[in-house]
Design a protein around this ligand. Sequence first.
Ligand code: ZN
Length: 593
Amino acid sequence: MLSRQVVEELRNRIEIAEVIGRSVTLRRAGRNLLGLCPFHNEKTPSFNVIPDKGIYHCFGCGAGGDVISFVQKTQGLSFMEAVKELAGTVGMVIEDRELSPEEHRRIAAKADLHDVAEAAAKYFEETLMVRPEGLPGREYLKKRGISLDTARKYRMGYTPEGWDRLATFLQRQHIPMELAVRAGVVKRNDRTGSFYDAFRGRITFVIPDEKGKPIAFGGRILPEIEKRDSNPTPKYLNSSESEIYEKSKTLYGLHWARNAIQRNDRVILVEGYFDAVSLWQSGVEEVVATCGTALTPAHLEKIRRLSRKAVALFDSDEAGMRAATKSMELFLDAGVEARRLDLQGAKDPDEYVQKYGGPAFEEALKRAEPLVEMVVRRTVEKEGSSAEGRVRALDSLAPVLRKLPAMLQVQMVGRVAGWLGLREEDVLGRLGERAVASPTTAAPSRWLPSKELSHLLWLVIHYPQQVAPEVMQTEPGWITDREDVLEAIAALCSGNSLPDVVSSMVDGDASTVLRKIAVQPALYEEQHAVGAARQILAKMELPQLDSQIAAIQLQISSPQALGDSSSTLALATKMQTLYARKVALAALSSRRA
Ligand SMILES: [Zn+2]
């Protein structure tokens, strides 16, 4: 396990402004740096980096955290992966727990397979770009309107006809054929024991992992070879799964699209390699492709880390409809809002942008229909308006409608009722009363601290050493009744760093408030910090004193106290002390700092 000290040391050694500055243009604004938020679309910068506190905060969308969370969010990494990534840049070695020999072997094997895939990618690329035998590939791309720059960006390649060109190339690089087979680029003829290339006479697409390392390939056969071939070969071919490639977890193009997905806060899902590449070439960069596999929850998990909005461009035939219905449930489960675009005038997105260009595609995107609406509408249309048809439609829609979030459900029940000519009560009745969520679900409350508490938090964040003695003398309940905030105050006062404290808080509200306060311009000079803290704490204590005094007054005037002079005396003394304290506090809290 990773110790807190290691993480803290990493934060100290990493310059947060430098890391964020690589992907966001930052300019200085007082103590802070300011830029356009990479997590939401904005024209005026509201994204703040506070280098001396090691955190960032966006006033536009509330995104924020430390340098590790920034790397996690922008690169789609887990905490541990982000830590390792950052550690690598400053030469820190992060020791995992001891690996077993078996785990060491597996890691080494994966590294080997990555090397093989990289070597194959280079061979395909070089063939396409510079070798004479790459000419048919270059001509084909030209015909399809793909520029060599685009091909280079996407690491496209070409593999000529012939049985073992890649195999021979890899052998010359001293790569064992057994590894090449496991990486899925070479196959073994079990009868003769010889090796042959998995991809022949095809344009190749590198399928990278999230860091950009090749893990598999896709290949499109050249049309002239396809026609000539006596044994029909599939138009598209994909690497088989391997130790480094899992289809259900891989989306083609995610590595290149990540920044654009976050910038534009949406992902465009297409089916084919050429769709993705062509869209990118025409300026629509937030695009990923499923490439022959159905959408999986793992795919959506990757998308959700980057954006909650998706536009899917699936085929509009019967199979496409079934896929849409299936994927809609996945989208609902993942909490990703999905729309569907039916492109008119082209058979796929590739053809569409080649014909009409990127701006026309952007325009078409505005017509995208919520996926739920489309599925519901199409089901109603398909089943027809006969009495039996309506029952069938309602039956097949019920499971879908039950899954919808409350507001959407109410809306869709209304529509379905309208389309089917039924009363809303009947549709609701079919769903079962329990299934229908109340539309008045309260939004999560936004916590806002009082002005005093905000100022106190600012002081604790900026001058923890100076104000800690004052704060620690104060009864915690007087400061706030929020346990998480009290814990944060205690942690800051005992010397923990702000990023450490913020990252260990669970509640979004409270950690957002802390970050916002940290970004505020200097409220107090250092020499006034202690005085200001005393004054604020006094203000917080005053109402407590008042209620204590009131309680004692009650006790003194009670019949029991009247008959007991010694206890009356004790109460009176206590009252006197409280009054004295109140006078002192009142004087303190009204003084201008
Ligand atoms: Zn933002």
